[in-house]
Design a protein. Structure first.
Length: 142
């Protein structure tokens, strides 16, 4: 178990308070990836209580991502993201129930890809890089 460091909380709070909307989504995805990886590791150790806690935290973050979608302004993109997030939730639950580490790995990779896009969008908003390459949501849902 890792030691608790109050400075970590302060650093995270500072990152959140100074984050743009794009950075906030990237931070949520970063947290979801971290908890998903912890759940996978716990699954491998057969520590099912720790797995359940980590999976529940991951699902709570995915739900927060859904809540942050602006359905009115987001149009088709928001609808597509909602479908991806719904699929992630169902896949995570199924993988947890069947102890399928490969499915968790796939979701973790997809979260990482999506996180990179949000980070690129943030950099684009700041004017520090060109627009990100086209991101295909269809490739996320198998």
């Amino acid at each position: 178990m890792q030691a608790y460091h109050p400075s970590s909380d302060q650093y995270l709070a500072q990152r959140i308070n100074s984050a743009s909307p794009e950075q906030l989504v990237a931070l949520l995805l970063e947290g979801a990836q971290r908890f998903l990886a912890q759940g996978r590791q716990a699954m491998g150790r057969k520590d099912f209580a720790a797995k359940a806690r980590s999976i529940n935290r991951t699902l709570a973050i995915v739900e927060e991502l859904v809540l942050r979608l602006d359905q009115e302004q987001g149009g088709e993109l928001a609808a597509n993201l909602a479908r991806v997030y719904d699929w992630w939730s169902r896949e995570i639950l199924a993988a947890s129930a069947t102890k399928d580490e490969g499915r968790l790995d796939r979701i973790n990779r997809q979260m990482g890809e999506m996180r990179q896009v949000w980070e690129q969008l943030d950099q684009q908003q700041r004017g520090s890089m060109p627009a990100p390459a086209a991101f295909q949501l269809q490739s996320m849902v198998v």
